[in-house]
Ligand binder design. Structure first.
Ligand SMILES: *Cc1c(COP(=O)(O)O)cnc(C)c1O
Length: 357
């Protein structure tokens, strides 16, 4: 790739924070950008200063939400090197999302190369464990026109910034609200694309759940209002009798998480039975009450594994494992973060290491 690296203005440089990372509100001094037009294709690939964009008020993305994004992390290992976790999967998914949203594909190798170069330049922004560097590739439609059609021009960019734990609870169980009324996505829609509109549609319900004391919303399928799909920005897993992990199959309205795929592979490797099965919410809640379901947890890049301590459904509360983190969630969390931070050998070929001088 023809990548231009432009100098930073020394006067405005920020220092990376040493603690108090928050989640997603601190960014490094540089970002990657490239532009797309039908005649030139992708061009002007640049790593330059992190800076606001100037956009025409009519810019397509601001009106019709033609937008996609990705989320992955870089982890500082004990020997000082930097690990990316299955970044190829994020590059592939970015293109799958692009295709669904009628956007141009990007070269997956170039995309990863740009991310690696950006991290190399911003190496001091990769914090020590348990923090990590969050990587946010994004593409937006940039035609300055209100006609409803796919844009012709696009902006692809990548920003990075250090992040601490996703939940204020840390690695402790979170309360999750099952929405009986609202739906996140429907089969045939865009639920399996990582696009901002899915989140926009979820915010109202999220606020409502938050007022009720819940930190996430668990979504049911839109056709029957019955089958469990996923939770917030995470996929969901139920543990039966401490040994069988069940997660809903990817039916088209669920985002195919990299963490989900890793839990399936790792879970089997650790000797658990892992099944992708439809979970009827009434059956699941009954199984929970009867003690058959011993754990529930979400999985996603941000939190890695997020134990669920309580489910709320139709004005009723269902406690999970007495609101404590269970052994399966703990084991998967330790193994996954162990591989990510290089404390455990990577027996799956999931890690791409960046050697920094
Ligand atoms: C990103 C995302 C996930 C989790 O995917 P990971 O690749 O594991 O981070 C799950 N659900 C939704 C809706 C998402 O946007």
């Amino acid at each position: 790739m023809d990548l231009t690296i432009t100098p930073l203005e020394q006067a405005n440089l920020k220092e990376p924070p040493r603690n108090d990372f928050g989640f997603g509100n601190k960014f490094s001094n540089r970002m990657f950008t490239q532009k797309y037009t039908p005649d030139k294709g992708w061009h002007e690939a640049t790593i330059g200063p992190y800076a606001p964009f100037q956009l025409d008020p009519a810019t397509a993305v601001l009106h019709y939400a033609q937008e996609i994004f990705e989320g992955t992390k870089a982890y500082r290992s004990e020997d000082g090197r930097i690990n990316l976790f299955r970044p190829w999967e994020n590059m592939k998914r970015f293109n799958r999302s692009a295709q669904r949203m009628a956007m141009p594909l990007v070269d997956e190798e170039d995309h990863l190369e740009a991310i690696i170069k950006l991290i190399e330049l911003e190496e001091e922004w990769v914090p020590d464990p348990p923090a990590a560097l969050y990587i946010r590739p994004t593409m937006i439609a940039t035609d300055p026109a209100l006609g409803v059609r796919a844009s012709k021009s696009y902006l692809h960019y990548v920003i990075i910034g250090p992040v601490g734990p996703y939940f204020k609870e840390g690695f402790n169980p979170v309360p999750v609200y099952i929405s009986d009324t609202y739906r996140r996505a429907v089969k045939g829609g865009v639920g399996d694309a990582k696009t901002g509109g899915n989140y926009a549609a979820s915010l109202f319900v999220g606020e409502d759940a938050s007022k009720k004391g819940y930190s996430q919303v668990l979504w049911l399928d839109a056709i029957h209002g019955r089958y469990i799909e996923e939770v917030g920005a995470m996929n969901i897993c139920f543990v039966y009798e401490g040994r069988k992990i069940v997660t809903p199959p990817l039916t088209g309205s669920i985002l195919p998480g990299v963490t989900r795929a890793s839990v399936i592979e790792l879970g089997r490797d650790l000797g658990y039975e892992v099944a992708e099965e439809m979970l009827d919410v009434h059956q699941a809640l009954a199984d929970l009450e009867q003690g058959k379901i011993t754990e529930v947890f979400g999985c996603g890049t941000a939190a890695v594994i997020a134990p669920v301590g309580k489910l709320g459904y139709q004005e009723k509360e269902y406690w999970v494992n007495d609101n404590r983190t269970g052994p399966v969630a703990q084991k998967l969390y330790d193994e996954l973060t162990g591989i990510q931070y290089g404390r455990i050998p990577d027996r799956f070929g999931w890690i791409h290491t960046i050697d920094v001088a």
